[in-house]
Design a protein around this ligand. Structure first.
Ligand code: PLP
Length: 407
């Protein structure tokens, strides 16, 4: 039985072209990019070539790209790097204020929670039942002490795409009208609030031109784009007063010390280059997702789409199957060689209902029966056909065991 992988939002397989681009730096070209000799020079060139490829993709300058050990680290760098210094430099009763949403990935949510403990003021924006932030809520949340806005571009559980451009416009208008209001000499007040987005799930499918988007920081990850694990990058707009999290030899412009992971960086550059070649895949992936959705609706009763098909990533489909536990479905599908997930892989061991689905207003019961199907560039129509063949039987059997009778 050939296995079927429908968990691309958790991680993607390494593309053959990416593996090829990495191999040289795992073997012959093993130099330290900081060394002056020719071994070092070759490694340094690989790092700088990759930086250029990423800068081209994001429409920014190469020196605005900082390599990190993961997207989690990149987002931590943006959030702590901007907010922590402002906690220390703000005197009196004014606290730095952060705006984020109630459907962030934990790599943003947790740093925000920690900063809240350290004295920052947090606004967690609600979302509509489809998973979108309302611009009116966002505008209302902006305050003169808002230092950072950190939002997910496209959600990893439901695929909802946030109106980043519109939010950037609101920030820009706010900056213009409030320049004189905030008296923190360390921060460039005309640039506040700073705007960070987590584009980890968006990079494969959406426009990531940082100028068009109007963002100051953007996080991306290697292993969600057919690149290696353990590599991420942060776009840091020139002039942003960000402080490092890790100190040492001063690599990455002093923002991320530690010898660069040359092979993974070369792989990330190639993975980004491949995205431009893969744009034609998007329509195919969306078609397969729609087929999967229609097939589930036709053949299985009492199901609920979490989120919406509009303004959502072409590859993520989140469905609740009433009366059944998501984990039971995941395991039953796995025994048929089909890999799906109940939500974010990072929360897979956590039996609490997903905070994303709760924020959408999905009931705890429906949330427990949720499955995330995430497709990718190697997904085929035959694979979708097979899922549609086995899934109705699995749901029927599990519902019987649970004593659930569909209406
Ligand atoms: N942000 C989002 C939206 C994600 O889906 C993930 C991975 O699950 C991350 C951040 C974390 O990425 P990494 O594994 O590179 O730290």
């Amino acid at each position: 039985m050939k296995s079927i992988y429908l968990d691309y939002a958790s991680t993607t397989p390494l593309a053959p072209e990416v593996l090829k681009a990495m191999q040289l730096y795992l073997t012959r070209c093993f130099g330290n990019p900081s060394s002056l000799h020719s071994f070092g020079e070759k490694a340094r060139k690989a790092v700088e070539d990759s930086r250029k490829k990423i800068a081209e993709f994001l429409f920014c300058l190469p020196e605005e790209i900082i390599f990190t050990g993961s997207a989690t680290e990149a987002s931590n760098l943006a959030i702590f790097g901007i907010v922590r210094p402002s906690i220390q430099s703000i005197e009196g009763s004014v606290k730095p204020h952060i705006i984020t949403s109630s459907i962030e990935h934990k790599s943003v949510f947790m740093p925000c929670r920690i900063l809240e403990d350290e004295g920052a003021e947090l606004t967690y924006l609600p979302v509509t039942k489809e998973g979108f932030i309302k611009i009116s809520d966002f505008k209302k949340a902006l305050k003169k002490n808002t230092v950072l806005v950190s939002l997910i571009y496209a959600n990893n559980e439901i695929g909802a795409i946030q109106p980043i451009g519109e939010i950037a416009k609101a920030i820009s208008a706010y900056r213009k009208s409030h320049i004189a209001n905030y008296n923190d000499k360390r921060l460039a007040i005309s640039a506040m609030p700073y705007f960070h987005i987590d584009a980890v799930q968006a990079v494969n499918y959406l426009d990531c031109d940082v100028k068009k988007l109007g963002v100051d920081f953007l996080t991306l990850s290697g292993h969600k784009i057919y690149g290696p694990k353990g590599i991420g990058a942060l776009y840091v707009k020139n002039g942003s007063p960000i402080k490092p999290l890790i100190y040492g030899g001063g690599q990455e412009g002093g923002l991320r010390s530690g010898t660069e992971n040359t092979a993974a960086i070369a792989g990330l550059g190639e993975a980004i280059r491949q995205i431009a070649n893969g744009k034609s895949q998007i329509a195919k992936i969306r078609k397969l997702k729609n087929k999967l959705f229609k097939g589930i609706l036709k053949n299985i009763s009492d199901v609920k789409l979490n989120g919406t098909l509009d303004n959502s990533l072409p590859n993520i489909l989140n469905i609740s199957f009433r009366g059944v536990e998501g984990e039971a479905i995941e395991l039953a599908l796995d025994s048929e060689g089909i890999a799906v997930s109940t939500g974010s892989a990072c929360a897979a061991k956590d039996l609490k209902p997903s905070h994303v689905l709760m924020a959408l207003g999905v009931s705890p019961k429906d949330s427990h029966g949720a499955i995330r199907f995430s497709l990718g560039k190697y997904t085929t129509e035959r694979e979708i056909d097979r899922v549609l063949k086995v899934l109705p039987g699995i749901i029927e059997r599990l519902r019987k065991i649970a004593g659930y009778h569909s209406k």
